[in-house]
Design a binder for this molecule. Structure first.
Ligand SMILES: *Cc1c(COP(=O)(O)O)cnc(C)c1O
Length: 497
């Protein structure tokens, strides 16, 4: 048998700590400079073919070294971001992160805590963060919660608990196939795709999700919901859950959550609320009223990485009944029992409340950011985002060239270029071309959706860097590009022989 050599073992730690420290300082300096000067750069820019081609290189066998890897990042990755950091980024629903949040993520990575639980300070940090969220959002103190990657996972966890609690058989033991009646749940046509994904993954089948129409404000139609429920009961189905939307992804609409809570209580349904971004409106005293009924949810999904601007990723689920929550996920194993002392001496394992075992220490950036700014700053920023969105809606209303496509709700504005008097064959096509050109110009990145069959430019303002003047820029650019596109089209038509 060979004896391992002593003192010449390999490790991934640097041979030269001083050099690594110097590189680390340079990286921090570069990143802070990058964030400080964001406004001077395009929101987004296309990746040149030359750069794109670099990502086809094979796995490096020999070391290139840390400095070279970092230089490669600076040259070929950093200049081509998703774009969500910039003051004029309003696409989809994205936060921007913060400088200190990024540093918190860095130190979390240094600690490299496995946040599955155990007797360590990271567990205390996460437990405290969840307590804070319960307080901020009006959940009872004995509710449970879990940080996870985002709203999609939070919706999956919430619906998994609903299924386990409401099934007429022991689903964990015998599976859904043994259920005497087909289980069905209800949500509006505006519900996020992650709910569909969750329903599929839980083995319910997408048909189990009864898609209920919305009214002209894009809120779930309660009459249609009651009818669907009654007809499902009459036909022998087993209704088990209703999903309320607190801020739909398309238009920011908020369902009548109080009515849904009442209906859930009366019909013995699990009440899940998808408040991915909208739930956080409750932080603002002026907006809190819009979230009424949320606090009655059995489970609530929301995303600190959206409307609390935390670095991606961090989502959260709160669950009214902690036992239901734990029973859905906890599995006993010899290698994960509690000993009377040492790192395993704690009854609370986060891994008993979700799907992941090894977990990133995401709680740290939440904890450090809330300490850095205080909740008051978040309350004010969320209110500012809504005020700015209202300002944008007013600019659109006042412009003869623009048209709102949906009533503005929360922080989402859907509109299009529709100039009076201009003869345009297809406003959908024109607006699509306009949006691509606007995005590629690097000036601003709204995203898009379809509202009542019409292509819409969509602004979701969860941006802590936006100033009111950024919306002046957006409006004037949309109008300018729209007219330019019409002229180009005419030119093209005239020059055709
Ligand atoms: C973003 C979003 C989700 C999904 O959240 P992720 O963090 O992206 O997984 C779910 N519902 C709504 C309404 C959303 O806006």
């Amino acid at each position: 048998m060979n004896t391992p050599s002593h003192g010449t073992e390999k490790t991934l730690d640097p041979a030269d700590w001083q050099a690594m420290r110097a590189l680390g300082h340079r990286m921090v300096d570069d990143m802070m400079e990058y964030l400080e000067t964001l406004r001077d750069r395009p929101v987004w820019q296309p990746i040149p073919d030359r750069v794109r081609a670099r990502f086809g290189s094979p796995v490096p066998e020999a070391p290139e070294g840390a400095e070279s890897a970092y230089d490669d990042f600076v040259e070929n990755v950093l200049p081509y971001p998703h774009g969500n950091l910039h003051p004029r980024a309003w696409g989809w629903v994205n936060g921007q992160g913060t400088p200190f949040g990024a540093l918190a993520d860095f130190v979390a990575s240094v600690m490299n805590t496995n946040a599955h639980g155990g007797d360590n300070a990271a567990s205390l940090v996460e437990a405290q963060v969840i307590t804070w969220f319960k307080d901020l959002l009006g959940f009872p103190s004995d509710a449970s919660g879990l940080l996870l990657s985002g709203g999609s996972m939070a919706n999956l966890v919430g619906l998994a608990i609903a299924l386990n609690v409401k099934a007429e058989v022991d689903v964990q033991q015998v599976g859904l196939a043994a259920a005497p009646r087909r289980m069905v749940l209800y949500a509006s046509s505006q519900t996020h795709l992650s709910v569909t994904k969750a329903v599929r993954l839980l083995g319910l089948g997408a048909d189990a999700l009864r898609v209920i129409p919305v009214d002209e404000r894009f809120q779930i139609d309660l009459v249609a919901l009651n009818e669907a429920l009654a007809s499902d009961r009459a036909a022998g189905f087993h209704p088990f859950c209703v999903v309320g939307n607190l801020g739909t992804v398309n238009t920011g609409a908020v369902d009548d959550l109080t009515a849904l809570a009442n209906l859930a209580a009366r019909e013995r349904l699990w009440f899940h609320v998808d408040g991915a971004f909208g739930a956080l409106a409750a932080l603002s005293p002026e907006l809190r009223g819009m979230t009424a009924g949320m606090e009655r949810a059995d489970s609530l999904a929301f995303d600190p990485h959206k409307w609390m601007y935390m670095p991606i990723d961090v989502g959260c689920v709160l669950v009214r009944d902690a036992e239901h929550h734990r029973n859905t996920f906890a599995v006993k194993a010899d290698y994960l029992t509690q000993l009377p002392g040492g790192p395993s001496a704690t009854p609370n394992w986060f891994s008993d409340f979700g799907i992941q075992l090894s977990r990133r220490f995401s709680a740290l950036k939440v904890w450090m950011s809330l300490k850095e700014h205080g909740a008051g700053k978040y309350r004010a920023l969320i209110a500012q985002n809504v005020e700015h969105a209202r300002y944008l809606a007013r600019l659109i209303d006042e412009s003869p060239h623009l048209e709102l496509l949906a009533p503005m709700a929360l922080n989402v504005v859907c509109f299009r270029f529709a100039p009076v008097g201009a003869e345009v064959e297809s406003l959908d096509e024109l607006n699509e071309r306009l949006l691509v050109r606007l995005q590629e110009s690097g000036v601003a990145t709204p995203s898009h959706t379809v509202i009542n069959g019409r292509f819409a430019l969509r602004v979701a303002n969860t941006n802590h860097r936006t100033r009111a003047e950024d919306f002046d820029v957006l409006v004037s650019e949309v109008v300018r590009l729209g007219h330019a596109l019409i002229l180009e089209r005419r030119g093209a038509v005239c020059s055709t022989p």
